[in-house]
Ligand binder design. Structure first.
Ligand code: UDP
Length: 242
């Protein structure tokens, strides 16, 4: 299908990239240059359409608080390590997008002087309106949260049209498609259905935040080339929750 004549459906979006998308399937290196190159190319496709883009980065490729806690580290310290890891991913992504001649700004919810800027709502909105990609790192800056919460929170703050959650599967399924080959992909769900069916879209506090502020969420496979571009043009891809 030739989509070049289709106009934009979403002009300001938050893209949530989990740590998994920074690495390879077998996690040979925590941050893989080919994965970064692929992500940056996908991002460029929507920047060329003048989409205002904020990106929230996760850190599952490096550290997650819950896993470190299992290894005996105090949960608060473990989450601090997780948040710092999102800054590391943010730095890598920032650099990779820059190489595509796209202006970016890396912001962190915790101060890391000399490495990136502290999150500033006003500044972020200003940059977005000037077509600078803003990368939001360090989650919301507090332990016991995830970067899904940061994605929904930042989306509400910057008045994004939608949260695009890039994952390693094609969307939301009736059950885990990696475990059950008979699971079926949903193309559309209401917030209520997600809660009633206990479907795993994102962690509950993040999801409730999106629901309460009526922010739609689209879950899609970030590895499908052109998916991001199709989505901002309103073409069905993955699962839409609204
Ligand atoms: N984290 C946190 N507060 C936040 C966001 C993240 O403490 O607001 C920590 C938490 O330990 C989490 C880790 O950072 O496990 C990495 O984020 P996340 O698990 O969301 O990464 P993803 O699963 O998206 O790769």
């Amino acid at each position: 299908m030739n989509i070049s004549n289709i106009s934009l459906k979403y002009s300001r979006v938050i893209l949530k990239l989990s740590g998994e998308s920074f690495t390879t399937v077998n996690n040979i290196s925590n941050i893989d240059s080919s994965a970064l190159f692929f992500l940056s190319k996908e991002i460029k496709k929507i920047i060329d359409l003048n989409v205002e883009l904020g990106i929230v980065v996760g850190a599952g490729n490096l550290f997650r608080g819950k896993q470190l806690q299992k290894a005996g580290i105090n949960r608060v310290a473990a989450d601090h390590i997780g948040m710092l890891s999102t800054i590391i991913n943010g730095l890598a992504l920032n650099n990779s997008i820059n190489k595509m001649n796209i202006k970016t700004s890396l912001m962190s919810s915790i101060p890391v002087n000399g490495i990136c800027e502290i999150y500033d709502w006003n500044k972020a909105i200003n940059l977005l309106s000037k077509k600078t990609v803003v990368i939001f790192s360090a989650g919301i800056g507090n332990p016991f949260f995830t970067t899904d919460s940061a994605a929904c929170l930042r989306a509400i703050e910057i008045q994004a049209d939608i949260v695009l959650k890039g994952t390693q599967v094609d969307g939301v399924y009736t059950s885990d498609p990696k475990k059950n080959i008979n699971s079926v992909l949903y193309s559309r769900l209401s917030y209520k259905e997600v809660l009633e069916k206990e479907l795993k879209v994102m962690d509950l506090s993040a999801f409730i935040l999106a629901r309460d502020h009526n922010i739609p969420i689209r879950v899609f496979n970030i590895n499908n080339s052109g998916a991001l571009k199709r989505i901002v043009k309103g073409i069905d891809e993955g699962t839409l929750i609204n």
